[in-house]
Design a protein around this ligand. Structure first.
Ligand SMILES: Nc1ncnc2c1ncn2[C@@H]1O[C@H](COP(=O)(O)OP(=O)(O)OP(=O)(O)O)[C@@H](O)[C@H]1O
Length: 218
């Protein structure tokens, strides 16, 4: 099993004490599987993705990725896991403004020790970025920046891709194109994908759909 989540809990502080968001989430994802994560606004989808990605710490429960217990790792251990195993594609693209598109795409792969210029060029081509490689992020449209973020995540050949509404701030047509590209590249790479989406159409294209309700997955 690539990802195993057991009885995961997380609360945030509120004015009248801790407010529980996740109340015992269980989830298993096999290598190469694709999963849509749905649920109302505020149901905890982003929180779950952040915990799985090691960006925040759970209050209780266990997350195991590729045999490593994320919930037992310290900050450095979680950073290493993110570098080597996980690709993160969130709405805030987090591109590095001082680096060209080409360098942004290579960045994650270099950190993981898996940079391959041919592969990076193939990804740029597949995502329609060949003409943009020497530009800087601020010179790109939102859709183009989104594609760079996708290329950067996939160039590092992660076993698990976490995507949080990756096309949420694009127009419908651009979102559909970017999503098609992302899904076919994820399939081609053999990565598992866990994606938060509000779109039933998009969710229907993934292998499995789960809903977060009242802090649990069903
Ligand atoms: N850092 C934080 N501090 C306090 N409360 C938080 C924090 N992050 C999230 N929350 C609260 O936790 C709940 C779940 O938030 P989360 O962002 O995980 O939901 P979501 O399902 O991703 O929502 P959306 O679909 O609107 O993005 C919300 O009520 C939110 O206000």
């Amino acid at each position: 099993m690539l990802l195993s989540v057991e009885n995961l809990s997380k609360s945030y502080p509120g004015p009248e004490g801790p407010v529980p968001v996740l109340r015992g989430v269980d989830l298993q994802v096999q290598a190469g599987a694709t999963l849509a994560l749905r649920g109302e606004s505020g149901s905890g989808k982003s929180t779950l993705l952040h915990l799985v990605g090691g960006l925040d710490r759970a209050d209780g429960g266990r997350i195991v990725i590729d045999g490593q217990e994320v919930t037992a790792l310290d900050d450095a251990g979680r950073a290493a896991l993110r570098r080597e195993t996980i690709g993160i594609i969130f709405q805030q693209f987090n591109l590095i403004p001082s680096l060209t598109v080409a360098a942004n795409i290579a960045f994650q792969a270099r950190l993981a020790g898996r940079h391959d210029a041919t592969r990076a060029a193939e990804l740029a081509e597949a995502l329609g970025l060949t003409e943009q490689l020497d530009k800087y992020p601020e010179q790109l449209s939102g859709g183009q920046q989104q594609r760079v973020a996708i290329a950067r995540a996939l160039a590092a050949r992660p076993a698990l891709v976490l995507a949080d509404e990756p096309t949420g701030n694009l127009d419908e047509d651009t979102a559909a194109v970017v999503m098609d590209q992302m899904l076919s590249l994820v399939t081609e790479t053999g990565a598992a994908l866990m994606m938060v989406t509000h779109s039933p159409d998009l969710a229907g294209r993934l292998g499995r759909q789960l809903h977060l309700r009242q802090g649990r997955l069903a």
